[in-house]
Design a protein around this ligand. Sequence first.
Ligand code: S3P
Length: 453
Amino acid sequence: MSAHGTPIPMTSVPCGPLAGTADVPGDKSISHRSLILGAMAVGETKITGLLEGEDVLDTAKAMRAFGAEVTRHDDGSWSVFGVGVGGFAEPDKVIDCGNSGTGVRLIMGAMATSPISATFTGDASLNKRPMARITDPISLFGAQSVGRAGGRLPMTIVGAADPVPVNYTVPMPSAQVKSAVLLAGLNAPGKTVVTEKEATRDHTERMLVGFGAEVTTEETEKGRVITLTGQPELKPQTIVVPRDPSSAAFPVCAALIVPGSDVLIPGIGLNPTRAGLFTTLREMGANLTYENEREEGGEPVADLRARFSPDMKGIHVPPERAASMIDEYPILSVVAANASGITMMRGVKELRVKESDRIDAMATGLRDCGVDVEEGDDWWSVTGMGPGMVTGGATCQSHLDHRIAMSFLVLGMAAKAAVSVDDGAPIATSFPIFEPLMSDLGASIHRVNKDAA
Ligand code: S3P
């Protein structure tokens, strides 16, 4: 169930070859950041290719509540008239970020150094997720917070009236935490320094530079050290959002496991901090090529061509690659089930605190579909059954998690029997055109009418 809707049960029936071109929507991470930084600039930021999924639309609403003017034009482009760094107004109602951890965490950071208060909430999934990872660092700037037990939403943040810059080492690999600290640092005088032991997606740093902030990144023995000079005047930008590699992962992986498939997925962002899945698939023996490699809007981009790959083998995915493919482990486990041999995934503890506990959610559904999965606190492994050998025939729980729902629907495309999910509604948070796009390629996904059953 989405933040706003009722559950939508769905079934994916084994299908023939997938073929054609898949135009996936804009990058979710970059879309959130475009709206938030646009709201913190002075003047009009123009955005094309914005992902119009529920998560990003909730961030657009939130930016309006903080005083920015956010408009969608008839041609699908967006304008944000920002209020400037430190210019946020105090929202007069609760900010509902729906299912989006990125939305709520980045916005909490962005408002933490303004002399205003805001109360945040989300859906049942978001309200279970840990927020101390944000309230701890923003307290160093001088912000205060009151939430539910365990640092959960709903939560009120009282921004620092007199913020000080901080020097913070992010304790877990998290681009959301790094970004929240950098956004908070924007309205603190002097230099805010963030160190991350493992490199995570760097869209915030890239975009801050684009908006005119002074940001330097240094690789050191301690990790990546990012230094931001506070209180810049951010200059509005024209942003072209590249297509989302995390969404592209679904048609790519479907094509690799459905016999006879050949699918082109154009214009996919291949920022190295995001492209770990594609590297892993190629190591497994996937017939996945990059065509027409180029740069768009400061991000590397290519057209991906994925063809049925019957000879894929399980591998040990290096733990140091985890951050660059953290959202892709669920769909990788589906490919692993259709490969031969064991795929071992280590260093993935963060998967347990995503929209769902993604190791538990995938392990349970895969086992119900006949696949052998083992797991520990920060690792899991999948024993491949070979192409087309997954039994299927189960109804899997999506746990309010879009990527879990889409992964099981892809599993059904290449299984011996259909795979169902109890609720496909969360897919709208990140990939609202998933069903028509996959159907156009030749997939057979049906919404199950419970009343007719
Ligand atoms: C995101 C960072 C990742 C990722 C999420 C998007 C971002 O979360 O899982 O979907 O846009 O910064 P963490 O920072 O918690 O790893």
